[in-house]
Design a protein around this ligand. Sequence first.
Ligand SMILES: Nc1ncnc2c1ncn2[C@@H]1O[C@H](COP(=O)(O)OP(=O)(O)OP(=O)(O)O)[C@@H](O)[C@H]1O
Length: 662
Amino acid sequence: MGSSSGARDGTDSLASEPQSQLQRGVRVVGKIRPFVDSEAGGSSCRARVSVTRFVGDHALVAFDDQQTCRKDSYKLDWCYEQDENIDQIFTAEVKPLIEGLFRGHNGCVIAYGAPGSGKSQLIQGSGQNPGLVMIALGEILAFANENRGSVTVSCYEVSQDHIYDLLEPKDQEVLILEDAAKRIQLKGLSQIPVNSISDFKKLSFHGCNMGKSWLKLPDDRTVRSHRGLIVYLSSVDKESNSSLIGKINFVCLADYEDIKQKGNPRPQLAESTKINKSLYTLLNIVCALNAGENFIPFRESKLTRLLQDFLCKASRAVLITCLNPTICQDTLSAVNLASRSCQVANRHRCHSAKVTKSGSKFNQSCSPSIVGIPVRAVSQKKNEISQCASAEKKGYGTPYAIRRRSLQLGSLGTCFSEKQKTGFPSAIRKKKMPIGSSPPNKSESRKESCESVGPNCVENIMPTGGDCYTNEDTFVQDTVVGLGCDEKMTADPIDGTKDEIHKIFVNEDQSSPPLSARLREISNSLKLLSTQTTAIGSPNTDMTSTKQINKEKLDPKTPEVPFAVRLENEPNFDYIGSPQDIFKTRSTGLKKYLAQECLTFLNSANKEELKGLKGIGEKRATYILQLREESSEPFKNMDDLKEIGLSRKQINAMMSQVLGDF
Ligand SMILES: Nc1ncnc2c1ncn2[C@@H]1O[C@H](COP(=O)(O)OP(=O)(O)OP(=O)(O)O)[C@@H](O)[C@H]1O
């Protein structure tokens, strides 16, 4: 196996968009771990990982499984390759945070990834290879010495949603309190003064391997946990002579394990579920921060509450997704989740929103569509989940809704798979795009992305019906290059119809409005569609003739007017027939779409929203949330709803409730 770097940056790899340019949000980058001895035969491995980088914009991490011919690409804000060392990551990602610390700002460095992906190595390092903490601490101590500052450190563990002090362990867990200024105070977490690196090395970390590694658990400990080290810097601002206090948190998250893939025995399954729940919550918050949302649900887990001060607006943070160089489901799932929360995805989303507001009608339809994540069928694990549910009831914690809406619905597609080409609305099917021509300016960066990616990106990127989202870039490119966009659509007599169809099939509001709002929009589109459909083929269409044809449509004796409707690359709408035929066909598509929307809603709504639906009460809503803790998308088709005891009649009632009257 070879980890090939298809870098297109043509420059030093660290020429990524620097942290200093990012005023808020969390930067999400990747780091591919080098091969270890046990992977010595790596070059013959069936899976290949490659990175394609676009300076100042983003990176695409592609996993190419030669055995299954599966290709998946994930977009991140940046990605560091196997041969790039921790010093380089420090310089590009962490140093700007440290500089903020010197000015009294907070910072956060989070390592996240699958088992064995290199998280500990990155944060803590080993032997001759210091990790990010050591390098950062060296700089902070040097600054403190020069500026009459002082440095203290705390070390904590978040296990099963409880926080423990690792430096001065106590019986009681650490409490999270909020002071009058709304700052988080960690009551019970000790702060130990550190004057030098050797002071730090002498610290004893409780419950950690050999008393030295504060990240590695002793072999006899099976419960996984998140661990973090906070470095506090108190200094005096030379100009104002005021005291400054900044802190930086280095967090090593527990391994992300794709529990669907594992035949875990129940205790481990429950533990993994809890860990994943807190990881989802954190990534959801990253996503919300990057999307610029006003409400950030920090309170949803202890981990995110603890990190609130480090992730809030005044702070700067980077999430480093550690990646195994060999393909494994855990790594794919981890990078998939990270990719959905990254800034580049949300930045494009904002761009899309701007286009929607200021651009042509057709541009409104250029937003990406969202497809669900493949998950185990509900039925497969129903019993297991029920058991977990009863365990929860017995006092192991009350299940609560994880707001994964942003992750599942809100972010723009960042993953592409060649394998899965079916089951996706044809309206967003891609066309081959011209390669090579460079965009004139940054504002066309989306166009640039596609053109630069070349065959790997353009031809291989296909929207999926499974675990991947489609990509805004390619779709915009498609429409711009392929259609000539605005002018063509304006001149096209069916432009309104096409526009509406795009609206219907394309999830244009990435912030995922409530289902009722979406359905209202669709029903409006339907009304419009029926009107416009009858107008097609009528060369001198005006209001009178439209009304006339509407009347004729209802009259069975009216002779059919043959006409062709061709919507580019949309087989569903590419036929010749009567308005009735067209309407019928479209209605079928809409029904499917409505069903999909309904499933999406059930896969993402919170408890109160769920209870707002007919047929879903407290118990069923709780059960749905439990299913969602097990799997990110438990409902893949309408039959899955039967698994939660809903009859066809109830499902229909539920859908008509949200659809309302026409
Ligand atoms: N940058 C690196 N250079 C050399 N070896 C590395 C690097 N990163 C990781 N490794 C090696 O990869 C292996 C796994 O790394 P590490 O233990 O840091 O992963 P992890 O994600 O913390 O694992 P886990 O949390 O599952 O214990 C180790 O043998 C480590 O030495």
